[in-house]
Write a protein that binds this ligand. Structure first.
Ligand code: GLC
Ligand code: GLC
Length: 652
């Protein structure tokens, strides 16, 4: 940070000058509602020194820093004045209830609108379904205007203020947000802020030669700099294209494109980009979005000689966006999507940066444990790498729209006697079904021949063995697959944080291979787990003989139990030694209750010896809140293959 004394002297002067000019500009609005303006000034004053310091650190070296500073504050003021009243009330409410998302009653779901209900407007009909499941947080996958054909599943945005016309429009989004809010469901959208599509009007003007907009992106006349950068960069989609730069013949320039060649990385070293994206962010907040998922956050700042991931400035940019949100849309929260090394994942999670974050380490290691039937790496990582600062929460998930990458720490693995390179190869073989005896049916994603890297695609049910078991029509294998799925759910729901269900998984959706015949999708195996929701199957959810029914109802039941248990609200999982390599055990406490969660990752019965449990369980033993079974004191805790127990073990 810049010298605090210097900030304390200069920040207030800058604010006074800016406010003076803004008050003249917005005089009509201020006269119409002084209280609303006062609230803005109050929040601005409260957060000013921080905002000033962050922006000064990022852009203070520019000769026209003050100009940009003023533009940024003007953007915030305009957006606040345009903010609907009901959202302004929610802002006030949530400022006092800042920890709302940490409650055990918070449960999330994520879906693609086109795959789930065809149209945005039709999503209203499904609110009943969301409520039945118990959702209070709904993430709609990117639904903005995008190029036709390949658009990376919506992650190549051409206009942040327009909905893809195939599914609806902004008015409908606004209405949906209101309807969800009335039902106690928060609307979550993506903020795809690392890049725009090459059809965004900024990119188009850049292509037409407009220098102002060319400065929005990272463009290079020749290979000089790209070659220097490239030496340290990782290929994200190596099967699509090697290297991170794309030649644009029209401009005669190289464009930085970390992902696909039509996704142009924005240049955040340009304060105008920061301001313009802040405007888009606050626009989305004013539509009723209360959580923004910060897509590909790790990549937003470039520095020569580094891998251009997780740079210090990436944090400053997000903190500056966060501060603007506190001023102009206080109920807006950020969720970090950094699928990187566990230490970097955590580095984005702070109340003043991203209050929420995906928990890719837990996700990947749950799959790791399912393959190996051993929990040592999982337990180690949860013990040492999962504690978050106060006021934050993990978003725990089993599957999402993306692939699974084995992002565990290599040193952790070695400490556990595991060779990280060989182990990743084993996991990839296991989940793509190449390892003899594997139950999983997944597809390889983005094999990189240069370093052997590979990731895995597939649905929860197919990766957990259901697809293969059904093909073999083997009741024992089916039973194991069902139990594996419930085991994974047990942890997602009882680990501290927001459980996030990739909709379809609640009823056991299998892989869908039809993407292979669509040329715009065939090369991207992630489409195997992005399947069209078959609502015909909804009837099955009332037919108790079907697996879908079993999955759906078990999910509803487990969520119901979670919601009654303050011990499952946010907070760390205290991993306990189960004395058994196959049992993952941890304590959760809260609301006066203590719960010992024990999960058996083996298909064989296992016991947690009483000696290991006795230090945690009271003299009365425990009761499994899921099965109501009693586990008397003095006896080993015995669990059948792939079973789990949420043991109420006493009051605190
Ligand atoms: C994110 C998305 C992923 C997309 C990428 C580029 O990581 O989750 O689906 O391909 O960003 O936007
Ligand atoms: C990489 C990126 C992540 C992205 C994913 C897409 O893992 O780190 O941001 O979502 O690739 O497959």
């Amino acid at each position: 940070m810049t010298d605090p004394q210097w900030i304390a002297i200069h920040a207030p002067v800058a604010m006074e000058r800016i406010l003076d000019r803004l008050k003249r500009e917005f005089i009509a609005d201020i006269d119409a509602n002084t209280a609303i303006w006062d609230l803005f000034e109050k929040r601005l004053t409260h957060h000013w020194n921080r905002l000033f310091a962050l922006l000064h650190q990022l852009y203070g070296w520019q000769y026209d820093f003050f100009y940009h500073l003023e533009q940024i504050v003007r953007t915030a003021a305009k957006s606040w004045l345009a903010r609907p009243d009901d959202l302004k009330s929610l802002d006030g409410y949530r400022e006092w209830q800042a920890d709302w998302f940490q409650s055990e009653t918070t449960v999330g779901g994520v879906l693609y609108v086109d795959l789930f209900s065809d149209k945005l407007a039709k999503l209203h009909e499904h609110i009943v379904y969301f409520k039945k499941l118990g959702l209070t947080y709904l993430h709609l996958m990117p639904l903005f205007a995008v190029p036709h054909g390949d658009n990376d599943g919506g992650y190549a945005v051409s206009d942040y203020r327009a909905i893809n016309p195939d599914i609806g429009d902004m008015v409908e989004l606004n209405q949906l947000a209101g309807a969800l809010r009335n039902e106690g469901i928060d609307l979550v959208l993506d903020f795809v802020f690392n890049h725009t599509s090459d059809e965004h009007h900024w990119a188009q003007r850049a292509q037409a030669g407009d220098r102002h907009y060319q400065a929005f992106y990272h463009l290079f006349d020749d290979r000089g700099l790209p070659d220097q950068y490239q030496r340290h960069l990782r290929d994200i989609f190596p099967t699509v294209r090697r290297g991170s730069f794309t030649w644009h013949a029209g401009m005669g320039k190289w464009v930085w494109t970390t992902f696909n060649n039509y996704q142009w990385d924005l240049n955040y070293a340009n304060p105008e980009v920061f301001r313009a994206m802040a405007e888009e962010m606050l626009f989305l907040a004013n539509q009723g979005v209360t959580v923004l998922r910060l897509d590909a956050v790790a990549f937003i700042w470039k520095r020569l000689g580094t891998d251009c991931e997780n740079q210090p400035e990436a944090h400053l940019i997000v903190q500056a966006f966060n501060t603007l949100a506190r001023i102009a849309a206080p109920c807006l929260l950020f969720k970090s999507e950094a699928i990187v090394h566990p230490d970097h994942v955590i580095s984005y999670v702070r109340p003043d940066e991203c209050q929420l974050s995906y928990n890719p380490t837990l996700m990947a290691l749950l799959w790791e444990s399912l393959a190996t039937r051993e929990v040592k790496l999982l337990a180690h990582a949860v013990r040492h790498r999962s504690r978050l600062p106060e006021g934050c929460a993990w978003v725990n998930y089993l599957r999402c729209h993306d692939d699974i990458g084995w992002t565990f720490d290599d040193e952790d693995a070695r400490r556990m006697g595991i060779d990280p390179v060989g182990h990743r190869r084993f996991l990839n073989d296991f989940y793509t079904g190449r390892f003899p005896g594997s139950f999983a049916k997944g597809l390889p994603f983005q094999f990189n021949p240069a370093n052997g890297d590979l990731r895995v695609s597939g649905t929860l049910a197919s990766l957990a063995g259901l697809e293969q078991a059904l093909e073999q029509e083997d009741p024992q294998l089916i039973e194991w697959a069902v139990r594996r799925i419930n085991l994974m759910r047990s942890i997602m729901l009882s680990a501290g944080g927001i459980p996030l269900i990739y909709l379809g998984d609640e009823w056991g959706m299998l892989n869908d291979y039809t993407f292979l015949s669509d040329p715009s999708k065939a090369a991207d195996s992630r489409w195997v787990h992005r399947s069209k929701r078959k609502w015909e199957a909804r009837d099955d959810l009332t037919d108790a003989d079907t697996l879908q029914w079993r999955f759906f109802n078990e999910m509803v039941r487990l969520i119901g139990i979670r919601k009654q248990l303050p011990a499952f609200s946010n907070g760390g999982m205290e991993v306990v030694d189960s004395g058994n390599p196959h049992l993952f055990a941890y304590l959760r406490q809260g609301g006066g209750r203590r719960v010992l969660v024990v999960n058996n990752f083996s298909e064989h019965p296992q016991v947690m010896p009483w000696d290991y449990a006795s230090g945690h369980v009271s003299g009365n033993g425990g009761v499994d809140l899921v099965s109501s079974e009693r586990f008397p004191a003095g006896k080993d805790i015995a669990l059948d293959g792939y079973r789990f127990a949420w043991l109420h073990i006493g009051e605190v």
